[in-house]
Design a protein around this ligand. Structure first.
Ligand SMILES: [Zn+2]
Length: 136
């Protein structure tokens, strides 16, 4: 994964979910093909925490099944940071164990200027990749 494109309507969905979840972090899966995200699957944050997130493995398994049935791949796992910037925390990095996906963090810290960034984590090394919001 070297870059991600996210349509405005998916970005808006991610923001709406994150704002509704405040003060806890929201999370979910972004699916699509190649570098282009087509769909968002909201997931339950079973940590129910303002600073941590975890997805329910059974719920994740069910979503992956639906995603494959729709001809989509898991491109990214996203979560929100209600109070902190759009970067991976040490814990986010440590728990970034799913291979071949990007990790998207949406920060609500600056309500006037919402910020989402995408990262890849490879053997403990984190790199930011371009995340572009596109029309459609
Ligand atoms: Zn985080």
């Amino acid at each position: 994964m070297t870059e991600l494109e996210i349509p405005v309507f998916v970005f808006d969905q991610m923001v709406a979910q994150a704002q509704a979840a405040v003060p806890i972090e929201s999370c979910g899966i972004l699916a699509g093909n190649d570098n282009r995200i087509e769909r968002l699957y909201e997931m339950t944050n079973i940590d129910n925490s303002p600073t941590h997130y975890a997805m329910n493995p059974a719920e994740q398994f069910a979503v992956v099944k639906r995603m494959r049935a729709a001809g989509l791949r898991m491109l990214a796992i996203y979560h929100s940071h209600p109070l902190t910037p759009a970067r991976l925390s040490d814990e986010d990095r440590r728990l970034a164990l799913t291979p071949d996906v990007a990790y998207v963090v949406l920060s609500l810290k600056d309500a006037e200027n919402l910020c989402a960034k995408a990262f890849v984590v490879d053997q403990g090394q984190t790199g930011e990749i371009p995340l572009t919001i596109v029309k459609g």
